[in-house]
Design a protein around this ligand. Structure first.
Ligand code: IPE
Ligand code: IPE
Ligand code: MG
Length: 247
């Protein structure tokens, strides 16, 4: 697509109906690399470049919450070299981008148990969260060792703890209270989920939070995902009739 076509697409977006929270399952890095006879890690590197771009595009569109699935609780099943590669790329990304993210008033949040990450990525992640904690323009919420089932179970355990300590009563538990025990506390549910790579599934991403999320799937691999695809997803989203169970 040339610049003129991209601009035309961008102009089709209704700025009064921008999704507040967009979630992305960044999938297809490995197949993108395989198609080019490159190591899978090169696919992850290329995918990281798309992260940099998409964060900027989302910020410019005034999206308030952007959730990115970077590493799942099931991704530990992969070969050690690939996991090490992903962790290295994560560290590289934070070291290179943190200053810019901070200047752009973006707050980095993590969902997932980062205690299982190796020391360097864990420390870099904590540094990024601490540095950006008071930023207010956009929340960049990154799923790292994240699983939707794990999110829910962790929430249940913390609720039980608080009941035992007398902080809350069993009768207090409702949808709103439960939401505050998830990694996404203080965040609205995603309005739009984007999943490239051709897979039509959630792969354990934000199971509780996606009860009424609009899904947008595409066959392209994440390293090929550009600004124009993001615009297309939003334009499609704006055509949806969201009923939330009503009429
Ligand atoms: C997504 O790309 C990145 C992570 C899961 C870390 P994949 O690595 O899953 O790429 P495919 O699905 O094998 O092509
Ligand atoms: C989902 O992709 C996880 C991330 C993008 C981080 P996967 O590649 O792990 O999902 P499956 O295995 O195809 O369902
Ligand atoms: Mg995959």
């Amino acid at each position: 697509m040339n610049d003129k076509d991209i601009l035309e697409l961008k102009n089709m977006i209704d700025i009064n109906n921008i999704p507040n929270h967009v979630a992305v399952i960044m999938d297809g890095n490995g197949r993108w690399a395989k198609k080019r006879s490159l190591p899978r890690t090169v696919g992850h590197q290329e995918g990281m470049k798309r992260v940099v771009e998409i964060v900027e595009v989302a910020k410019k569109l005034n999206i308030k919450y952007l959730s990115l699935y970077a590493f799942s609780t099931e991704n530990w099943k992969r070969p050690k070299e690939e996991i090490d590669g992903i962790m290295k790329i994560l560290v590289y990304y934070i070291r290179n981008e943190l200053e810019k993210i901070h200047k752009n008033n973006i707050k980095i949040q993590i969902m997932g148990n980062i205690n299982r990450l190796p020391k360097t990525p864990r420390e870099e992640v904590l540094k990024a969260v601490e540095k950006t904690k008071d930023n207010t323009d956009m929340v960049l919420n990154i799923g790292l060792n994240y699983g939707g089932k794990d999110d829910i179970i962790r929430g249940v355990k913390n609720i039980l703890k608080d009941i035992k300590m007398g902080k809350i009563n069993e009768e207090d538990i409702d949808v709103e209270l439960f939401s505050n025990y998830l990694y996404t506390k203080n965040m609205p549910d995603p309005d739009l989920l984007i999943r490239p790579s051709g897979e039509l599934r959630l792969s354990n991403f934000m199971l509780y939070q996606m009860a009424y999320t609009e899904f947008w799937f595409s066959d392209i691999f994440w390293p090929d995902f550009k600004e124009e695809h993001f615009y297309k997803a939003i334009i499609d989203y704006q055509k949806r009739n969201r009923r939330f169970g009503g009429i």
